[in-house]
Design a binder for this molecule. Structure first.
Ligand code: ATP
Ligand code: MG
Ligand code: MG
Length: 349
């Protein structure tokens, strides 16, 4: 087939569409909100809510395969779409990563280490969880959190009541705070033929819960680097996954701890646009379209910096830099915390 449907029209959908277009594919985007960075570059944009059955049917009717750049697509919409066209990556990968508890249960079932965790559905649960896990800890809503939203940090037992109130009644999970040496992520892909390719892990720095920079290579020992690759392959194979996945990791002296997985292209993989011949967006399109994957080889040292909010005012200066590859998402006016673009700086080629 030659038309790829993408659920979600943000910057990830935009960059997927550009990559698809370069390979001769056409993208149709389904995006409920009117502001859709991907709408500018896709062949067709469906601006309708996920509850609009007629719009979903029209979207599915026009495409050969459906993928997504956003993991919180409602189940009802997916049920309908799945009855009409193949969804890649599959529903199981999506369902597992939509909920932090199913995700951690799945990861622990594969023998992978996560932060110690406990389910929390009341203030009494939270008290019991703090007893069990200890402090410091982080309380997170099980669903719909991103960029550190829906999280509350607990340092002392006095923080319990406020942390529970911050969840606004939503189901939550308490995670023990992992005293990590560094944070890295690994972007892996699995093709329709079952072959797996991983990119070199990148080292991530967050500020206020939002990714600021990713640097490759990450400071990792050879053993840590191969552990990251093996762990990503284990997850991809267990899910019979088709597409690209981001796996966020904490590096500790006791080994790698999985923070979370994202069943899609990932912000910490944007460096591949400047560091690799086949970047994560093309890799995902290749997988979804049933083409052979790129091998993930890296040809440069890269630092990716997100342009968040007022950071876009640096654009004129960035344009004068040598070895800086600029990406802007076409979002219009900046707002605090809004991801407006990113820059990939080649540090060594
Ligand atoms: P994303 O936008 O990556 O989906 P998110 O809202 O799902 O973000 P997390 O990845 O859970 O948030 O947490 C954001 C950041 O907070 C992490 O990258 C890490 O820096 C820190 N953090 C989260 N959980 C823990 C933990 N258990 N121990 C230590 N630090 C943590
Ligand atoms: Mg997350
Ligand atoms: Mg995260």
């Amino acid at each position: 087939g030659s038309v790829i449907g993408i659920l979600g029209g943000g910057q990830l959908g935009r960059m997927l569409s550009v990559a698809a277009s370069r390979l001769g594919y056409i993208c149709h985007i389904y995006e409920p909100s009117a502001a859709a960075p991907a709408g500018h570059v896709a062949e067709k944009l469906y601006t309708a809510p996920y509850e609009d059955e007629a719009a979903l049917r029209a979207f599915a009717g026009g495409v050969d395969v459906i993928t997504y750049e956003f993991e919180n697509v409602p189940t009802s919409a997916l049920d309908l779409l799945e009855s009409l066209k193949p969804i890649r990556p599959n529903r199981r990968a999506l369902a597992i990563s939509q909920d932090r508890i199913t995700e951690k249960t799945f990861l622990n079932g594969l023998g992978l280490t996560t932060a110690p965790w406990a389910e929390v559905n009341s203030e009494a649960d939270l008290r019991a969880a703090v007893e069990k896990i200890g402090l410091p800890a982080i309380l997170k809503t099980t669903r719909l959190g991103y960029d550190g939203k829906g999280q509350a940090r607990l340092n002392t037992p006095d923080d319990i009541a406020a942390a529970w109130v911050a969840m606004a009644g939503a189901p939550a999970v308490l995670e023990g705070f992992v005293a990590f040496e560094r944070e890295v992520s690994i972007i892996g892909g699995r093709g329709a033929d079952g072959s797996v390719a991983a990119y070199d892990p990148g080292e991530n720095v967050h500020r206020e819960g939002i990714l600021r920079t990713t640097t490759v290579p990450a400071k990792l020992s050879p053993a840590q680097r191969s552990d990251a690759v093996l762990l990503a392959a284990k997850i991809l194979n267990a899910l019979e996954y088709i597409g690209v996945m981001g796996v966020e990791l904490f590096v500790t002296r006791a080994g790698l701890v999985v923070n979370e997985i994202a069943p899609r292209v990932h912000n910490s993989g944007h460096w591949t646009q400047a560091g690799c011949t086949v970047d994560q967006f093309e890799q995902h399109i290749r997988a979804v379209a049933g083409l052979p994957l790129g091998d993930g080889g890296r040809y440069a040292d890269v630092v990716m910096e997100n342009l968040i909010g007022e950071d876009v005012e640096q654009v004129p200066a960035i344009l004068k830099e040598r070895a800086a590859q600029l990406h802007l998402y076409g979002k219009g006016a900046w707002r605090p915390g809004r991801k407006m673009g990113h820059v990939n700086r080649i540090v060594k080629g």
